[in-house]
Each structure stands twice: as C-alpha cells, then as structure tokens.
Design a protein around this ligand. Structure first.
Ligand code: UD1
Length: 418
C-alpha cells in the first residue's frame, strides 16, 4: 500500500502527454475474445484496471501479453467461459466480457462485477439486452449464468443510455444472426471507438456516437492493430488541476471536442483556453470565479467521472456553486475528506452546495474511489502546506504514472510505501 505526500501551493507549468482512454481500452480488450486472429492494442496505459483485464483474458485461456506499451491478445486459444469471483470483483469491466464470451462459447459464467463503490451499479440493462438476443439467463450464488443455442439480432431499447450495456450488447451482436438495433444507446466517444475497433476486425457496426446503433451480424472476424482514443477524463483532470493551482500547461494528444462540456465550464471559471489540433493550452492567472451550477449527464453532458475533480475546483472559487450528480448514488464520498482541508461543502441528496474559500490547507485524506481520489490529489496540489493522500490504489486503477506527470508540471508529489 502506498500513499502520496504532496507539498501544495505551486503553480503547474509545462507540457503533459495524455494517455490512451481506460474506458476505451477495457471494452476493446474484452472484444478481442471475439476473434481467433491476433489483436494488438497500442499505447495501453499501465493501470491496474488494464492489468486485471489482462489477467481475466488469461483466465479465459486467451494469450494476452505486454509488448512495450502495447498489448497483444490472441483469442484463438480461449477455452474457458468462466470468470471467477476474485477477478470479477477487482474490475467492473469484467461484465463487458459477458457479451463477447457468450458470443464465443454460447455460454458464460461470470461473478457479479466489482469496480468503484459509487452506487448500486446494477446490470439489469445488460442482461435484458442479452435476453433480447436469445440468451437464457439465470442468477445463482453471486454468479450470472448465460446460455443460448444461437444469438439472433433484435431491436433493443435501453431504459437509460448505459455505457456498459450498450457496449456489451454491441459485442454480443457483432456475430449474431441478422440485424441488431440498439435504441437510446449511450453516445460516449468510447462507444464510437469500440465501433471503430470492431469494424477494423471486419464487423459491420454503424451509428455509434448517436442514440441508435445498427449492427449487421457477420460470421467471422479478423485481427487488427488499433490505437484507441485519448483519455478525456485524464485530460480533464489535468486541466482542472491547472485551473485550481494556477499556471500554464499544454495537454498533448488530447481531444478537446470530447471534453467540451468541461472546457466551457473552465472558461466560465476565467481560465484561458486554446485548442490546436490535438493540443489543449490552458492558462489560469487568478483565483477562479465560481460557476453557478454543474450537473452530470450522459455524454455530451458534463461527465460524472469529472464531477469530484470539478467540485474540488469549486471549493477555492470566488463565489458559490452547486454540483449535482445525476448518474451514481454515492459519488460524494470524497466530500468529508475535502472538508478536512477546509472546504465548505454541504451535500443534500444528489447535490453538493459549495461555498468557495480563499485557500485549502494541507491535511491527511483517504481516497475511497478512483475519481474521488484524483480530486483529493488535485485539492492537495492547490492547498497550503503538506498533505497526505491514502488509498491511492484506487487512483492507480485509472491514472498511469500520475505522480510523475504531475511532477513534470512542477508539482511536489511523491509516492511512499506505508
Ligand atoms: C461507464 C464508465 C464509468 C462512467 C460511466 C458513466 C467504463 C469502464 N466505465 O460505467 O467510468 O462513470 O460509464 O459515464 O466505461 N444502469 C442501470 N442498469 C444497468 C446499467 C446501468 O440502471 O444495467 C444505470 C447506472 O446505475 C447509472 C447509469 O445507468 O445510474 C449509467 O451507468 P453506465 O453508463 O452503465 O456506467 P458504466 O458502464 O458502469
């Protein structure tokens, strides 16, 4: 177990490279099970969620190895359709494997998934979608058992635009007989990326990025070498850190379009932003001005995965803000930790009422989930004096070399063993 020790109050200056998107890499690795041909996923971030996904692929009998920064998956040797409890609990994305495993073996046995403890996170929409494709589902003893003789395309209407359910149904449908149409599909950029990857393998998927996705089943898929999109949440986290600490930075390899909801807010905060190709330049020269309200919504709305970091920023703005979380029930667990640093936040139901204070002060805090943990680090960077952030194994799930990248921008942050 490690912790971060951070000396706050320094401006952030310089250039930082943005990693490949965790939330694109995970379903793409899951999709590699669909083909017997080798798949090479390029520039994969070295994060625990990806390492766990590689372990799960190995457990299914796939070849999965790191070659430099890439991962090569060889699905031809896959011989198991079961994901044991210990692994599934480590990683919620194991549930994305339902679609590809059932497609491959006509059978899947997966323990209920884990992942960040940020709310109920049901999988009812995933299962209802698979049922529409002809899958029989039973649940017993903490396991989901899926079986079918064949998968048949169908029209599926999602009750809400779930990212995971959309991806899972896409993976199950690519090799189904006939046409599948997903309505009220999630529109996140990572879903379009999964579509592009599947099509690179020879699938026939279109419409991702809109609310309706059409999948024409194909018999066989080939191999591919694929570079997934940039991590918009990592880019957003660095942008918020600069806004909060003050300074001037360049985010290299970022996609501004994919975080335009955040960039609009940062402009309202008073930050200067400029975008050139895959670079976002951000400058913050004075105390940020409070944005009145931030509400998380499915894409293209404000991402729930940047809610905690944005709330951290609101704590030091001049003025008051209301941050409302509409997607997950318990995504304010970091709030008591920010209060230890002098933040003035009151949570009522799904909203955090934040009164901006001049300065946060260093304190010892504990991360309880991935994005909440990132918010505590960002707050500590801006705070006066020294902070410790514990529970950073949560942060390691999603941010590669976080402390090195921040140190590269001039932050004083080090990882020490406990
Ligand atoms: C994905 C992302 C996660 C992000 C989230 C929302 C990955 C690996 N994770 O998670 O980082 O925070 O999208 O952008 O890509 N829901 C149901 N029933 C279901 C499925 C979902 O009610 O069967 C609800 C959830 O409780 C939640 C909402 O739908 O309220 C959105 O969840 P969903 O989009 O499915 O999130 P994930 O795919 O788990």
């Amino acid at each position: 177990m490690d912790k971060y020790i951070i000396s706050g109050g320094r401006r952030l200056e310089g250039s930082v490279g943005i990693q490949t998107a965790k939330n694109a890499v995970l379903p793409i690795l899951a999709a590699a099970v669909l083909t017997d041909e080798p798949v090479r996923v390029l520039n994969v971030p070295d994060i625990t969620d990806v390492r766990n996904m590689v372990k799960i692929l190995a457990c299914l009998g796939c070849g999965a190895e790191y070659v430099g920064n890439d991962i090569i998956v060889n699905g031809s040797t896959a011989d198991s359709c079961e994901i044991p409890r210990a692994l599934a609990h480590e990683l919620r994305s194991s549930v994305f494997l339902l679609g590809s495993v059932i497609s491959r073996f006509r059978r899947a046995k997966i323990a209920y998934p884990g992942g960040c403890d940020i709310g109920l996170r049901p999988v009812d929409l995933h299962l209802a979608g698979l049922k529409r494709l002809g899958v029989g589902i039973t649940e017993s003893n903490g396991y989901i058992l899926c079986e079918c003789d064949r998968l048949t395309g169908n029209e599926i209407m999602l009750d809400c635009p779930s990212v995971g359910a959309t991806e899972n149904i896409m993976l199950a449908a690519v090799k189904a007989e006939g046409v599948t149409v997903i309505k009220n599909a999630a529109r996140e950029p990572e879903i379009e990326d999964v579509q592009n990857f599947l099509n690179a393998l020879g699938a026939r998927v279109r419409g991702a990025g809109s609310g309706t996705i059409r999948i024409d089943g194909v018999k066989k898929l080939g191999g591919a070498e694929y570079q997934p999109i940039a991590d918009r949440i990592e880019a957003g986290t660095f942008a918020i850190a600069v806004a909060m600490c003050g300074g001037e930075a360049e985010l290299v390899g970022a996609n501004a379009e994919n975080i335009s909801s955040l960039l609009h807010k940062l402009r309202e905060n008073g930050c200067k932003l400029r975008v050139k190709n895959d670079r976002i330049f951000i400058r913050s020269d004075r105390r940020p001005v409070a944005v009145k309200s931030v509400e998380t919504q499915p894409y293209p709305g404000f991402p729930t995965d940047l809610q905690a970091q944005m709330t951290a920023l609101c704590t030091v703005c001049s003025g008051n803000s209301i941050v409302t979380e509409n997607l997950f029930e318990t995504r304010f667990k970091y709030v008591p930790e920010l209060r230890r640093m002098g933040a003035d936040i009151t949570v009522v139901d799904r909203s955090a009422f934040v009164r901006g204070v001049e300065r946060l002060r260093g304190a010892t805090t504990v991360a309880h989930d991935l994005r909440g943990g990132a918010a505590l680090v960002v707050a500590a960077l801006a705070a006066e004096g020294e902070s410790e952030v514990l529970g950073i194994e949560h942060i390691d799930r999603g941010y590669a070399a976080f402390e090195y990248k921040l140190a590269g921008l001039g932050a004083k942050i080090k990882r020490v063993g406990i």
